[in-house]
Write a protein that binds this ligand. Structure first.
Ligand SMILES: [Zn+2]
Length: 478
C-alpha cells in the first residue's frame, strides 16, 4: 500500500533579548555554569516574576512576519512537570490563549509555492540543561538557560514530505533572523524543532496515528528524521503492526530514533492560569507600531534583487536566505557599484570560503566594505581576477587593509609595455617547441605561451594587453 505523509512542526526559538523572560539575569549562550541565575529564575519560593516587555514585542513581531492574528487578550499558564531541569516543577507557558494565531508562511518547493498554516505562536520559558555523566552515575545541572525566553511556533499538519519540512524550517529561520528576534543558532540550540508525523493510505482523508520526534537541531536532521520515521511507520503498517502515539528521541549520529515515552496529553500537565503574572492586554497601537518596524523580509528582498539588480533568481534566493550574507552583498555592491559582479563572486569564491571556514568570516576583516573595495579594484582593471583571490586570502589571514595588501605585494596590473614585452620574449626563448608548433599553425601553442607569460608576470598581467603583445611578437617569426 502507498501512504501519504502528514507532517507538522513545533519550532522552539530563543528570543535574543538582553535579559531573561521574568528577571534581570543576562540572556546569553554559555558562561560558567550557574553564574547567570537568580532567585527568580531558580524558582525560590517567595519570588515574583515580571514579564520582560521585549519578549512580548518580539513575539508579536515574529507573529506579524508570519501573517498571524494578534490576540487582544492573552495570559500565561503553568505547565506542571517534575524534572530537575526546571527547579519550580512547572514551566510558565501559554495554554489556550496564545499571543499569535492563524498565520501562514509560504514556502517554495521546486517551482511551486506552498502555503503552510501557522496554528499559533506562544511564549514560554526555557529550562536548564542536564549533563549526564555516565561514568559517575550522576547528572550535573546548569541553570543558566533557565528562564531564557522562547517562542513556540506550531504549524498545521500541512507539510507533505521531509523536504518540505526542511524548507519550511529554513524559511522560518530566515524570517526570524530578518526580524532580528532570534539569532537562530541551531548548533547552540537557540532554534530547535519537534517533528510530528503520521501516515495515511493514499487518497484517504482521515489522519493516521502520529508520533512526535524531539531533539532535532539542524536543518538536515529534520529531513533525515522525518524520512527515517516515515520508513519506520511504513514498515510497521506493512507488517500488520500498529503505530503507537508516542514521543521519540532522534539520534542524528545513529540516524535513528528511540522511544522516550507515551505521548503525554495536555491533562497530564495539569495546566492552570499562572497566578503570579497578570494577563496581557495588547492594544492595536502597539501592534501597529511593531508592524511598522518589520523590515524587508527574505522573499521581498530576493524579488528586489532579481527585478532591480538583475541577479539570477537562484543566486538571489541563496544570498537572501541568509541575512548576514544579504547584508554583506548590499554593502559590497554599494562600494563596488556592480551588484552582478558581487553576486558572481559570492556564489563562487565566498560560498566556498563559508563552507570551509564558517559564516563568521563575513563579519571578520572580510566584511562587505572590504569585499566591495577589492571588487572595485578588479572592476577598474587595477588588479586581475587571480590577484583579487590572493588579496582575500591574505586579508583573511592578516586582517590587513586590502589596498595595503595590493600595494605591498605589488599586485597592480602590469601595464608597462616594455616589461610585458621582455617577459613575452623570455617565454618564447625558453619554449622553442611551442614556438615551432605555433609557426606550423597549431593554435593551442598560443594558449600555452599565454599561460606561461601570465605566470611569469605573477598574475599581474592584463590578459588583453598581454595577448596583444604576444601576438605581435609571434608575428616576427612568421
Ligand atoms: Zn534570574
Amino acid at each position: 500500500m502507498k501512504y501519504d505523509m502528514v507532517i507538522g512542526l513545533e519550532i522552539h526559538s530563543e528570543l535574543k533579548t538582553s535579559s531573561k523572560i521574568f528577571c534581570g539575569c543576562k540572556n546569553e549562550f554559555g558562561g560558567e555554569p550557574n553564574t547567570r541565575c537568580c532567585p527568580i529564575c531558580l524558582g525560590i519560593p517567595g519570588t515574583l516574576p515580571v514579564l520582560n516587555k521585549k519578549v512580548l514585542e518580539y513575539t508579536i513581531k515574529a507573529g506579524l512576519a508570519m501573517q498571524c492574528k494578534i490576540a487582544h487578550f492573552s495570559k500565561f499558564d503553568r505547565k506542571n512537570y517534575f524534572y530537575p531541569d526546571m527547579p519550580k516543577a512547572y514551566q510558565v507557558s501559554q495554554y489556550n490563549l496564545p499571543i499569535c494565531y492563524d498565520g501562514y508562511v509560504d514556502i517554495e518547493v521546486g517551482d511551486q509555492i506552498k502555503r503552510i498554516g501557522i496554528e499559533r505562536i506562544h511564549i514560554e520559558e526555557d529550562a536548564g540543561k542536564l549533563i549526564h555523566c555516565s561514568h559517575e552515575q550522576s547528572s550535573l545541572i546548569d541553570y543558566n538557560r533557565c528562564g531564557v525566553p522562547l517562542i513556540e511556533i506550531v504549524t498545521r499538519p500541512d507539510l507533505r514530505s521531509p523536504e518540505e519540512a526542511r524548507i519550511f524550517l529554513e524559511t522560518v529561520k530566515s524570517i526570524l533572523e530578518y526580524t532580528e528576534v532570534s539569532d537562530c543558532k541551531m548548533q547552540e540550540g537557540s532554534l530547535r524543532a519537534d517533528v510530528n508525523l503520521s501516515l495515511k493510505p493514499k487518497g484517504y482523508e482521515a489522519l493516521g496515528v502520529r508520533t512526535e520526534m524531539k531533539n532535532i537541531n539542524s536543518l538536515r536532521a529534520v529531513e533525515r528524521a522525518a524520512l527515517a520515521e516515515a520508513e519506520r511507520q511504513t514498515q510497521r503498517l506493512e507488517s500488520g503492526q500498529k503505530v503507537y502515539q508516542e514521543t521519540r528521541r532522534w539520534d542524528d549520529n545513529k540516524g535513528e530514533s528511540i522511544m522516550m515515552r507515551d505521548k503525554e496529553k495536555a491533562m497530564d500537565y495539569r495546566y492552570f492560569p499562572e497566578p503570579d503574572l497578570t494577563p496581557i492586554r495588547i492594544d492595536d497601537n502597539l501592534t501597529k507600531a511593531i508592524q511598522a518596524s518589520i523590515p524587508e523580509l527574505p522573499r521581498q528582498r530576493r524579488d528586489r534583487y532579481v527585478s532591480q539588480l538583475g541577479i539570477p533568481k537562484y543566486d538571489a534566493a541563496l544570498i537572501t536566505l541568509n541575512k548576514t550574507l544579504a547584508d554583506f552583498f548590499d554593502r559590497a555592491s554599494e562600494i563596488c557599484g556592480n551588484p552582478k559582479l558581487v553576486s558572481n563572486w559570492i556564489m563562487t569564491d565566498t560560498m566556498r570560503r563559508i563552507k570551509e571556514k564558517g559564516e563568521e568570516i563575513l563579519n571578520s576583516s572580510l566584511n562587505g566594505y572590504n569585499f566591495g573595495r577589492i571588487l572595485l579594484s578588479l572592476e577598474k582593471g587595477e588588479i586581475t581576477h587571480a590577484s583579487a583571490i590572493q588579496v582575500i586570502d591574505v586579508l583573511l589571514e592578516t586582517g590587513e587593509d586590502p589596498i595595503n595588501i595590493i600595494k605591498r605585494l605589488a599586485l597592480y596590473v602590469q601595464r608597462d609595455g616594455t616589461l610585458v614585452r621582455e617577459a613575452v620574449r623570455e617565454v618564447i626563448k625558453e619554449n622553442p617547441k611551442a614556438l615551432n608548433d605555433y609557426i606550423s599553425g597549431k593554435e593551442k601553442a598560443m594558449v600555452f605561451l599565454m599561460g606561461k607569460t601570465m605566470a611569469a608576470l605573477q598574475g599581474r598581467g592584463d590578459p588583453f594587453h598581454v595577448k596583444n603583445i604576444l601576438v605581435k611578437e609571434l608575428q616576427e617569426y612568421l
